[in-house]
Design a protein around this ligand. Sequence first.
Ligand code: AMP
Length: 445
Amino acid sequence: MSFSSLGLSDEIVRAVTEHGYTVPTPIQLQAIPAVLSGGDLLAGAQTGTGKTAGFTLPILQRLSQAATKNPSGGHAPGHYPIRALMLTPTRELAAQVEESVRTYGKYTKLKSMVMFGGVNINPQIQRLRSRVDILVATPGRLLDHVQQKTVDLSHVEILVLDEADRMLDMGFIRDIKRVLALLPRHRQNLLFSATFSDEIKTLADGLLDKPALIEVARRNATAETVAQKVYKVDRERKRELLAHLIKEHNWHQVLVFTRTKHGANKLSEQLTKEGIPALAIHGNKSQAARTRALSEFKTGKLQVLVATDIAARGIDISELPHVVNFELPNVAEDYVHRIGRTGRAGSEGEAVSLVCIDEKKLLEGIERLIKREIPEVMLPGFEPDPSIKAEPIPNGQNRGGQQRSGGRGQPSGNRSGTPSAPRPRGPAGSGAGKPPLHRSGGRGR
Ligand code: AMP
């Protein structure tokens, strides 16, 4: 199966082929025809499946076809309204999606723009004065523009909510609803989400009209294939153990996850002091700092990148030799996301978790989710002190109360306690597509 046989035009197929892709991934095989048909779409897919091209390619095609038929789009000559809006949870993802739009759309006439917070708004206002067909934005900054009346969303034909579950986790639901209220009633809606909590289902029910439903397995490594280990260690000795492991085994390109931004900062500073070059990446860092840390890490200049789940999500780093859970995530599914960064497509990878007594329940939850026990290792000299008692983890599942931060860019840490629908875990690196779970009947194509 090729891109052209999916109904994509020569100009788009040419750009994709030049980019090095000739065979569509399972999500692309399903999403491209669905989007081209003009109907709504609900897609279960994670980063790594090729989902971005899955929606970008057919959107480019639909917009350029309509533009050919009616060059001024029915508007005043020279006035080009925003016709597609793609919302993403993080700046990194917004930047990556817009880069894909530019790459795949390079032989079309369509123009795109990326918009996110944490940078000066004025260049964005300036850019909005010229042609923007496709706008990729994070919700907060988009609403800043709405408030300043510098953006007009009244002609949007296609809306994409990318990583919708993350947007909800980050407290963006109200922002999303405010944006939806500004869009024309008749439009095509595409919702991509890695998980399907009740919250996502409610959002989808209100947003989508007889959507096509597709769901694919992760393309990257799954819990079954990554070599996983748990080091039992005391809370206060984790950093020491991590530094020991990195030095002892001469680990390079180590992605380390912490639960909080503060924890990420502290750990990266401490590792640096010990002679291990490390930087933290999270929502409070400037865009420039995040971009720099990421590029140094990718090129191998930076030995350790310390990240929070939210920051790591959406950034295209994978096939890493080492992923370390310095702290277990509060949401078990995040463990699967984290370790999916290593050992992709058959390459060797190891996921190590440093687990202290406070995290017993979190570990149990993870093992339940992945349906296996993770082998435990006790390193001589780092054996846990049995007299140390468990302490509550802020926002953790070992504490009764739940706390949603609701703030922009703040991870809530806890997913409202609602178990999400079980996700398929296909064979490693197989790319095996999964047939739709349930397809709603005729959508009047
Ligand atoms: P995504 O899930 O959209 O974040 O994409 C994951 C990675 O797969 C990105 O690095 C894409 O460039 C890459 N990719 C997308 N489509 C294809 C394809 N058809 N063949 C090979 N790689 C692809």
